[in-house]
Design a protein around this ligand. Sequence first.
Ligand code: UDP
Ligand code: MG
Length: 312
Amino acid sequence: MDISIIVPLFNEDESLPHLAEWIDRVMNEHGFTYEVIMVDDGSKDRSWQVIEELRAKNPCYKGVKFRRNYGKSAALNVGFGHAQGDVVITMDADLQDSPDEVPELYRMIKEEGYDLVSGWKKKRYDSKLAKNIPSKFFNWTTRKMSGIKLHDFNCGLKAYRRDVVKSIEVYGEMHRYIPVIAKWAGFSKIGEKVVQHRKREFGVTKFGLNRFINGYLDLMSIMFMSKFGKQPMHFFGLVGSGSFLLGFVAFVIVCILRLCGHISLTNSVWFYVSMLFILLGAMLFLSGFLGELICRNSTTRNTYLIEKELVD
Ligand code: UDP
Ligand code: MG
């Protein structure tokens, strides 16, 4: 099968029939074999009935319905699990992403050898204050932190080689950082394509401003996990030892000053500061040690993504 299109959706019953018609038209024009996996993220409207109707008409349509709303990342992750096509395309359900972009995205993956191609909504049809300006800032930070040169990390329209989606896992709000996750998993050929973006015709946006707070926390955990996820001691041990050493040296100095009669221990703020650093250091060190113990017991401690093998 050439293409799997994954569509995460939450209360999008009005858009779905139009989207499906458009996808079918583009796929048939180009003669692709395809499947469309619609993941209903706990919709309360008629979305699931629409998916059932689509499937009855065309078995290329597949559907998964969550019992409640888990979020876009969860929906994508489940879609990734089911995808069978050589190239996997994700697309929002609200008709803001155009299926006309699919053939070119497919070509870039197949012929230019990209692992991942992200859409870039160069001209964006969303509210300026709530979306466009915050997302410029968001993209700038993510670019700086991850070293990936993309203009638009959070574009819903992306294409992947199948290997990529089978090797990564997204949850929480991490759909915004899939290129970062893919890069850390070893898929570094990441490209970008300017895509046309459209106004939302039906329904309302599902993401408010709180996405920025959760989004940043998720970026921190991705960066932290990829750097120290398998060796927590390398972080906690270093910071902890540093703090302990600093505290200890300060404590020795304070003691010498006390013995010379310059200060009184209980009245000196430096005595308490040195104690604080010693305790903090010991606690950080202990956290690292506990982290190592947890890693040792993890079932995935020796799971590596293998690209090629020459063994019998
Ligand atoms: N979505 C989802 N679960 C959620 C929120 C959103 O599956 O909890 C879907 C939504 O139906 C749409 C896509 O994610 O297909 C993008 O959402 P939206 O258009 O609201 O985001 P925006 O374009 O405003 O950033
Ligand atoms: Mg949208």
